[in-house]
Each structure stands twice: as structure tokens, then as C-alpha cells.
Design a protein around this ligand. Structure first.
Ligand SMILES: [Fe+2]
Length: 157
């Protein structure tokens, strides 16, 4: 099956973004574990699994169009406090959301096939991650970082 070159380039970028998120979520999860924030570490692990799931789906899309996957994950980092970790989760998911929304539209305009549906599903998960990361950040804003950590220290044990 053939499609537009723009769609292929977008699929490569999509895989790179999801692959980066997948690895970065793992590092954030381990950092949160070392801070003893088990409930949040578990949630970030679920986000890692979602990114990994969608990455596999988009790699299969590339293969379906006869294109070799050619993408790089990019560099990752370790952050040392919960607010920085959540801000990074929010910025990754919000920027992926904006990018995938535009890729979905371009995929639809090029060829209204199943690719658009695949984008719809990843967009739904990016919305959820952004919403949940923002909600935790709002709690930190209300309670202060020590209050937030103290309030939920036993959750997820
Ligand atoms: Fe669907």
C-alpha cells in the first residue's frame, strides 16, 4: 500500500515522539520510585505502557506502507523532584497532542484510511495524560510540594 510522503514522514516523527516518551516515562517512573511516590510511579508506568503500545501500532503503519522505520528516540534526562517530573510529563503529552492532531488531519487529507483512526486513539491517550499530569500539578500548587507528597505517601503501597 502506498501513501503520501508527508504521511510517511509524519509516521516516522510519531514513532520518534512515542519512543522518546516511552523511555522518558521509564526514567521518570524510576525517579518517582526513588522518591517513594509509589502511586505516581505506577501511573507513570501506565503512561509508559500506553506510549509503547501506540509506538508499536505506528511502526506497523510504516511497514504497511512499505516504509522502513527510521527514527531516533532522542536524549532522555533524570529529574529530581516531583513537580519537574510532572511538568515534563505534561509538556511531552501536550506537545504530542498538538502534533498528532495535525498529523491526523494531514493523514485524512492524503488518504482517509485507518491511519486517521490510529491517530484518534493516540490523541485520546495524550489528552488523558495531559489532563492527569495537570491535575496533579494543580494539587501541588494548592498543597505545596511537601504537603502533596505527605498527603499521598501511603497511596499505592
Ligand atoms: Fe477507533
Amino acid at each position: 500500500m502506498k501513501t503520501d510522503e508527508t504521511v510517511i514522514a509524519n509516521l516516522q516523527t510519531t514513532c520518534a515522539v512515542l519512543s522518546h516518551m516511552k523511555e522518558q516515562f521509564t526514567i521518570h517512573k524510576l525517579a518517582l520510585c526513588s522518591m517513594d511516590l509509589d502511586w505516581l510511579a505506577h501511573r507513570v508506568h501506565c503512561w509508559h505502557k500506553k506510549a509503547s503500545h501506540h509506538e508499536r501500532i505506528f511502526i506497523k503503519r510504516l511497514l504497511y506502507y512499505g516504509a522502513d522505520p527510521e527514527f531516533v528516540c532522542g536524549s532522555v534526562k533524570k529529574l529530581d523532584d516531583v513537580e519537574s517530573v510532572l511538568n515534563d510529563c505534561l509538556s511531552m503529552s501536550a506537545s504530542a497532542l498538538a502534533q498528532f492532531t495535525s498529523f491526523r488531519k494531514q493523514a485524512w487529507e492524503a488518504l482517509a484510511d485507518y491511519t486517521t483512526d490510529r491517530y484518534e486513539h493516540v490523541i485520546e491517550d495524550m489528552e488523558k495524560i495531559s489532563f492527569k499530569a495537570q491535575r496533579e500539578l494543580n494539587l501541588i500548587n494548592d498543597l505545596g510540594q511537601p504537603g502533596y507528597v505527605g498527603a499521598r505517601l501511603e497511596d499505592g503501597k
